[in-house]
Write a protein that binds this ligand. Structure first.
Ligand code: ADP
Ligand code: ZN
Length: 807
């Protein structure tokens, strides 16, 4: 009976890993961090071995694991530790955390196929191990290493045996690769010295150049690369191969990352850092030299040269042989930054995100793992890149709520970046024009070292802010309404007359947030979510923006059959329509999530705007992030109140951030820009502070608000949410939980709110009730929850630690 056991974390909502027996054949490969396939009930699942031990518990029959997929750990010990921390802190199953950390369809290394060559079939085996392998292959033909492992009954060092057999040409092997991989011819210099090779090339000048080139790059190169670089024909390469100067082999084609980058390749700009930038960089290099953890907050307005500072810091890390992870909030922001990174780091850049093909993603992940790429760029999941010797993690736009994953595990990559950096003795650099209140407070408490950039790079000067008080426009006040005030129209005309570009912000996509029957009041709510569906006129559809369900837009009211349907309020589509009425003939485009589904997607829209083919860009906040448009002289927020009135304690913070970011869009070029903000609340401190660029004033007011009402950062917050199709059952479960928590001795140090309906009481056909907990003692709160919450609730319970969106 086998006595070794493996605890395997499985991607299922179970609190703990499950224990399986390790069959003898798999023993040599069973290690922490490798993946294994197991049966759970009748389901075949892939999980990760998180512990190997022999602590068999009496009377419990265990199933054997089916097979082990990897020959080397896919999660290195440091990442496994981070996984454990994440599972613990966010109260999520370890298996779900592990699944999030690994590329979704990582190929099993055990799927490498091997076969016996003719030479191998004829040659005598040199020892018993070889003989076992050769026998198995003779019998079974071509097979995966995993199969071979089990057929040979678990050789202690199958890898070594395969390596010798393969070196002597007795077996052939083929990496299992993603479907999109292609094989190409590559050549390398044969062993021997350069002069001899050059002599062998004879009088062929092109041949000599090829040899010089290969010697200079010091690595194999594809024939295509050589003919491209030297400008010779493939025949030159073939001749050198036949002369024995070059050796030819096939290699997996390196997929180009070009389509994930915006702009042309080239040299990085040569920039003399300003003193404030140099100071910040000095701080970072100091941290890299000390090799211990440091946490920094780099604050500076858009265009103040933050990117320049962190890319330099990444160069410094690389010069010390250390890796950098660069995080951006959204995939959409990768292409623009990727090019600047590529210009500096070339092949050292790896891009990792879910918008890539699986072949590309594996390639990048492998290059990172092998230490070939040391600068990794991507959205939050890139935090888990298996980099060698981590030196620096940069979290750009650290305040962005996209760093929080809204599915289990509900982690925040910004916060975990600090944890990973701490454990690796690396520097964590949070970057923002408008840091989160959490980070501002951490800087005040000395937990983050604050580095401020005070000047604006280049010639761009700060835009002028113009406030339009919608109350004075004498307009009826209807929710979601969007107006082009006289002042705004004037500013747009002026900008267009000057040949400048304009950005208009409206944070709702579609035509109108609601299609209402004026006769009977029918508003065509989504039956599953209980909220009005958004009217998309172009597609003639009503779409629920919460669950995505859609129906054709009716011509007459489906309820009373009257021809009295009216679109209420305006989304980007309607803003575009109104704009075209007001400014006929002006080229205008829209950027929002609907654009993402159209051919060319956001990249095409951005490029057209960048090239100046389009004068005016209307968009949701997708427009406000990251992009650099030197010819934009005017930006406008059409309805600032839409953001302010959102029922979330971060609504004010988000409004302020948005306004500041939007202001940063205007006037990045040579001319000063203008920002128009239309609002019904012109005196609100967030709007005032954004207009006057009084960042400290905003922080002071907002921190006061948070302190008075016991919101983060002064407290840690946990949201418990119960979801159920049955309303009564959901209510009963959340009430039981709430009562249990209220009885706990620690409850005196916790603010308990609820149970109550969640802001979205119905979503996708489920009823949702929540219970909020806040405490200044985060550890105590965690302990209490661990003691009171059921380990296997038996109902749908969402635990959201440090929630970002309270929906
Ligand atoms: P941020 O990340 O703060 O928005 P960037 O680093 O992207 O700012 O800098 C904005 C622009 O200014 C870029 O085009 C950058 O190349 C340029 N820049 C940055 N630092 C300097 C400097 N010290 N001198 C001149 N130009 C600079
Ligand atoms: Zn819905």
């Amino acid at each position: 009976m086998p006595d070794r056991l493996a605890d395997i974390a499985l991607p299922v909502p179970l609190p703990d890993p499950l224990t399986y027996e390790i069959p003898a054949a798999w023993e040599p490969q069973a290690r922490e961090g490798v993946r294994a396939r197991v049966l759970m009930g009748r389901r075949r699942l892939t999980g990760l071995i998180v512990r190997v031990h022999d602590e068999r518990r009496e009377g419990i029959a265990l199933r054997p694991l089916q097979e082990i997929l990897d020959r080397e750990p896919v999660l290195t010990p440091d990442l496994l530790d981070l996984a454990r921390f994440t599972a613990e802190y966010y109260m999520a199953p370890l298996g779900e955390v592990v699944r999030t950390m690994l590329p979704a369809d990582l190929p099993p290394w055990g799927d490498r196929k091997v076969w016996l060559t003719n030479a191998g079939a004829l040659a005598l085996p040199r020892d018993v191990d070889e003989s076992a392998v050769i026998d198995a292959l003779r019998e079974g033909g071509r097979m995966t290493v995993a199969e071979l492992q089990s057929r040979t009954g678990g050789l202690s060092d199958l890898d070594a045996v395969l390596a010798t057999l393969s070196e002597s040409g007795r077996i052939g092997s083929e990496e299992h690769r993603a479907r999109s991989a292609r094989y190409v011819n590559a050549v390398e210099l044969a062993p021997g010295d350069l002069d001899a090779h050059l002599a062998a090339a004879g009088r062929s000048a092109a041949g000599k150049e090829v040899i010089q080139y290969l010697s200079a790059v010091g690595r194999p190169a594809t024939t295509a690369e050589i003919t491209d670089k030297i400008g010779c024909t493939p025949a030159v390469v073939r001749r050198l191969v036949s002369l024995g100067v070059l050796r030819q082999f096939t290699q997996v084609e390196r997929l180009s990352l070009d389509r994930h980058m915006l702009g042309a390749p080239g040299k990085p700009p040569e920039i003399q850092l300003r003193p404030d930038q140099a100071h910040a960089l000095g701080f970072l290099t100091g941290a890299l030299d000390r090799r211990d953890f440091s946490a920094l907050l780099l604050q500076g307005m858009t265009g103040s040269g933050k990117t320049e500072v962190y890319l330099r810091a990444a160069e410094e890390a690389l010069a010390r042989g250390r890796s950098t992870i660069l995080l951006v909030p959204e995939i959409a922001l990768v292409p623009a930054l990727a090019r600047s990174v590529e210009r500096r780091f070339g092949e050292n850049l790896a891009i990792l995100h879910s918008g890539m093909g699986s072949g590309e993603r594996h390639q990048e992940w492998e290059r990172v793992r092998r230490g070939e790429a040391r600068v990794v760029l991507g959205p939050r999941s890139a935090l888990f890149a298996p980099v060698a010797d981590l030196g620096l993690i940069v979290v750009d736009e650290e305040q962005d709520s996209s760093y929080k994953q809204e599915l289990s595990p509900r982690y925040n990559a910004r916060d975990l970046a600090l944890v990973r950096a701490r454990d690796a003795g690396a520097a964590a650099l949070l970057v923002s024009a408008t840091p989160s209140l959490e980070s501002r407070w951490n800087a005040e408490r000395g937990k983050l070292e604050l580095l401020k950039l005070t000047e604006r790079a280049g010639q761009g000067s700060l835009p002028e802010g113009i406030l339009v008080d919608l109350r004075e426009e004498g307009l009826s006040r209807r929710p979601g309404e969007v107006h082009f005030s006289e002042r705004l129209q004037l500013e747009i005309r002026q900008a267009l007359a000057d040949g400048d570009q304009v950005i208009l912000l409206r944070n709702r996509r579609g035509y109108a947030p609601m299609l209402l029957c004026r006769a009977c009041g029918e508003d065509m709510r989504c039956p599953d979510c209980g909220l009005p569906r958004t009217y998309h006129r172009r597609d003639r559809r009503l779409v629920c923006h919460y669950c995505g369900s859609m129906i054709p837009a009716p011509q007459v009211c489906p309820n009373c059959k009257e021809d009295a349907l009216e679109a209420i309020g305006a989304g980007t589509e309607r803003v575009e329509e109104t704009f075209k009425e007001l400014f006929p003939g002006v080229a205008v485009d829209v950027l929002d999530r609907d654009t993402a589904r159209r051919p060319g997607g956001p990249a095409a829209v951005l490029e057209r705007f960048d090239r100046g083919e389009v004068a005016v860009l209307i968009g949701t906040q997708m427009v406000s992030k990251g992009h650099h448009f030197p010819n934009v002289a005017l930006t406008a927020v059409l309805a600032a109140d839409a953001y302010l009135s959102f029922p979330d304690f971060r609504a004010v913070e988000r409004t302020y951030n948005l306004l500041v970011q939007v202001a940063g869009r205007a006037g990045r070029g040579e001319r000063p820009g203008r920002v128009v903000i239309q609002t019904y609340h012109p005196d609100h401190y967030a709007i005032q502070a954004a207009l006057r660029q009084d960042d400290e004033g905003f922080a002071r007011e907002e921190l006061r608000f948070r302190r008075v009402f016991h919101y983060p950062p002064y407290t840690r917050m946990v949201q418990l949410l119960v979801r159920d199709k049955n309303r009564d059952r959901a209510w009963a479960e959340i009430s039981k939980l709430a009562a249990g928590l209220a009885e706990h001795p620690f409850a005196r140090s916790v603010r308990l709110s609820g149970p109550a309906p969640a802001p979205l009481e119905r979503l996708r056909g489920e009823w949702r009730f929540q219970f909020l907990l806040r405490s200044a003692d985060g550890k105590g709160l965690h302990r209490m929850l661990r003691e009171v919450l059921p380990r296997n609730p038996g109902f749908d319970l969402v635990i959201d630690v440090d929630p970002q969106q309270l929906l």
